[in-house]
Write a protein that binds this ligand. Structure first.
Ligand SMILES: [Fe+2]
Length: 170
């Protein structure tokens, strides 16, 4: 059986996906640039699919799948921080958040789950790590100017968004 610490880590992973989906969904509503929108769609789809993928594991572990009140508050705080910001600033901030916070934290959670030994938690944590690394790779490619940066994220999805249509020459 998973320890209390592992269960708290699982709840953190799960709520993080809810937060990400709501955050990027709100940004999609105010972003016009086609490539930025395609990156946001990949982010939304990745967070949504990962959330759904985690649900059976949460149920097996006894972790609630409802959105926690604190998650909604965190989304509002994150959106307030980026209010009026240019997409380039949001993309850079998102990459920094993944690289400096979520990535290292999820590595730590994978280590905690592994040491604890519950196979359901280990599988969930390892998948989350792969998911997070794909986000880091996509955002890095996007910021470096890659015209098709969503490949690493799309590759992990069961239902990837349509490929960006080439802009017609004028
Ligand atoms: Fe995520």
């Amino acid at each position: 059986m998973a320890s209390k610490e592992t269960l708290e880590c699982m709840a953190e992973l799960y709520q993080g996906e809810i937060l990400g989906e709501m955050f990027f969904e709100a940004l999609l509503g105010v972003e016009d640039n086609p490539l930025a929108r395609r990156v946001l769609l990949a982010l939304i789809q990745a967070e949504a699919e990962t959330k759904v993928r985690l649900r059976p594991a949460m149920e097996r572990l006894g972790v609630p799948i409802a959105t926690a009140p604190g998650t909604r508050a965190s989304v509002e705080a994150a959106l307030a921080r980026y209010k009026g910001a240019a997409w380039s600033e949001i993309a850079a901030g998102s990459l920094a958040a993944v690289r400096d916070h979520y990535g290292p934290r999820y590595k730590e959670i994978a280590r905690i789950a592994q040491a604890d030994g519950d196979p359901v938690a280990i599988e969930a944590a390892n998948h989350m790590l792969a998911h997070e690394m794909s986000l880091e790779e996509m955002l890095g490619l996007h910021i470096a100017g890659d015209p098709d940066p969503t490949r690493p994220v799309d590759a992990l999805l069961r239902y990837p968004m349509p490929t960006l249509m080439p802009v017609a020459a004028t």
